[in-house]
Write a protein that binds this ligand. Structure first.
Ligand code: HEC
Length: 167
């Protein structure tokens, strides 16, 4: 039969086994605890705030919307017209300066008193020149090429152009 079967030996083996097993379990427990701790660090506690959500939604909103309801269409149209009026400086910078600062296409230059005086005299002063700027003439596009500009904005801009040209 088995020659070296010694019960004393067996129990020493068992002790050894349980010690190793206990160490492995302990290590696993430590790793587990560490994972929970790390997960808590990474995952934010609360969801995004209301402000953050609004910002996100604005950022992923569609670039444009197609309005198919005719009633809405009228509303959308009037709301775009009702913007804050631009100042003469703003209008000039956006729509007129490109030509009238440098005088390209033979546009009368801002500050050219002789040219502007002649035009004002020939075409009915501020009102006449405003009407022409609204309609356009030769190389001068209607409303400087920006149909969104109102009559009042054009008039204020022409007035300022005349003033700055000493007319
Ligand atoms: C693409 C260039 C261009 C832009 C932009 C432009 N103009 Fe002119 N403008 C001209 C030219 C060219 C003339 C001269 C037209 C002519 O007498 O044949 C002119 C002439 C004028 C005149 C004189 C018209 C006349 O009867 O002599 C006025 C006033 C005027 N522009 C106002 C404006 C205003 C206000 C804006 C901006 C809202 C503007 N322009 C934007 C090119 C431009």
């Amino acid at each position: 039969m088995s020659s070296n079967h010694n019960p004393q030996n067996d129990s020493a083996h068992d002790k050894e086994f349980f010690r190793t097993f206990g160490m492995v379990l302990g290590a696993l427990g430590a790793i587990f605890a560490f994972c929970i701790f790390a997960a808590n660090l990474i995952v934010p506690k609360a969801g995004p705030s209301e402000a953050e959500k609004a910002r996100l939604e604005a950022r992923i909103a569609p670039v444009a919307q197609v309005i198919t309801d005719p009633a809405m269409l009228v509303k959308a149209n009037t709301s775009t017209v009702k913007r804050e009026p631009l100042t003469a400086d703003q209008v000039y910078a956006q729509a007129c300066g490109a030509c009238h600062t440098s005088g390209v296409l033979n546009a009368p230059k801002l500050g050219d008193k002789a040219d502007w005086s002649k035009r004002a005299a020939a075409n009915g002063g501020l009102d006449g020149l405003t009407a022409i700027a609204i309609k356009g003439i030769n190389q001068m596009p209607a409303r400087g090429g920006n149909p969104d500009l109102t009559d009042d904005e054009i008039k204020a801009t022409v007035k300022q152009m005349l003033e700055k040209s000493g007319v």
